[in-house]
Design a protein around this ligand. Structure first.
Ligand code: ADP
Ligand code: ADP
Ligand code: MG
Length: 245
């Protein structure tokens, strides 16, 4: 335990919550302890990534243990990988069950960056990652008549809501296991109630028994933190770089 405390202190990892798993110090630990597909690890190495950043060290094992979390770390600190790797590890392999992971990004540009990162990581493993482009095609691709040959959806909230509000809904989220909200500080800031309502609609559509939520953010604003405290189950918060406020 002393060793764990030292690792957290050295990496300026501040955690809040109960029963928090130890941080991981290498990506290899994800293979041995958390059954990450070795091909994903190879893809990481090919991309020149050799060891996890502080947010990755702590957020990854938390998500692997299925814990709901709020993770705050500065821009450029590697948050995308911090949620993409555990998502891929938990999904294990492609399956024709419909979307099992949903990632919400504040802008289309960010959504497509995350999309490309997921494609790169899952090369050779062939997870089916999708991003909503044409609404008119979406119903055919993702609606009740589709063959559910897809695993992960990346979208802005507006587009996803648009599909959910079709009658019948043009996308089925009943198999979602992870709902991840990226840049949650941005999403919460502009619409006082706007994003909160959208999030409620999205979460309601994630009607399966296994759904869990993770929020990632550059700054830990009072808005986001309060929402997470009220709405997430057995919340853990992770802050990198400064003491908890
Ligand atoms: P954030 O979302 O926190 O702003 P990103 O996920 O966009 O940060 O990552 C910023 C950059 O850091 C990217 O170019 C990414 O490839 C790189 N990066 C992420 N994780 C690592 C790592 N473990 N080692 C080296 N570089 C990394
Ligand atoms: P965002 O950039 O946040 O995805 P858009 O500017 O694309 O939002 O769309 C604004 C609104 O227009 C959406 O809320 C939706 O009602 C509608 N819309 C237009 N095109 C699409 C599309 N391809 N997919 C989903 N919704 C769309
Ligand atoms: Mg980011």
């Amino acid at each position: 335990q002393e060793k764990v405390n030292r690792i957290r202190a050295q990496n300026r990892i501040n955690v809040h919550g109960c029963d928090i798993p130890d941080p991981v110090c290498t990506f290899e630990e994800l293979l041995s302890e958390y059954r990450l597909n070795p091909r994903v690890l190879q893809n990481l190495r090919d991309a020149g990534l050799s060891s996890p950043t502080p947010i990755q060290m702590q957020a990854m094992p938390l998500m692997m243990h299925g814990r709901e979390l709020l993770a705050c770390a500065p821009t450029g600190s590697g948050k995308t990988l911090a949620f993409c790797l555990p998502l891929l590890a938990q999904l294990q392999q492609p399956a024709n069950q419909g979307f099992r992971g949903v990632i919400i990004s504040p802008t289309r540009e960010l959504a497509s960056q995350t999309y490309r990162e997921l494609l790169r990581l899952s090369e050779g493993v062939w997870f089916r990652v999708h991003i909503i482009d044409k609404a008119s095609l979406a119903a055919k691709k993702y609606g009740p008549q589709s063959n559910k040959k897809y695993d992960i959806l990346v979208s802005t909230p507006n587009r996803l809501i648009f599909l959910l509000k079709q009658d019948p809904p043009a996308v089925d989220l009943s198999s979602v296991e992870w709902l991840i909200v990226d840049e949650s500080d941005k999403l919460f800031e502009d619409g006082k109630t706007g994003f909160r309502e959208q999030l409620a609609t999205i979460f309601l559509a994630c009607s399966g028994p296994k759904v869990r939520r993770a929020f990632f953010s550059a700054t830990c604003t009072a808005d986001v933190e309060q929402w997470c405290r009220l709405n997430l189950d057995n919340l853990v918060s992770v802050n990198i770089g400064h003491r908890n406020t």
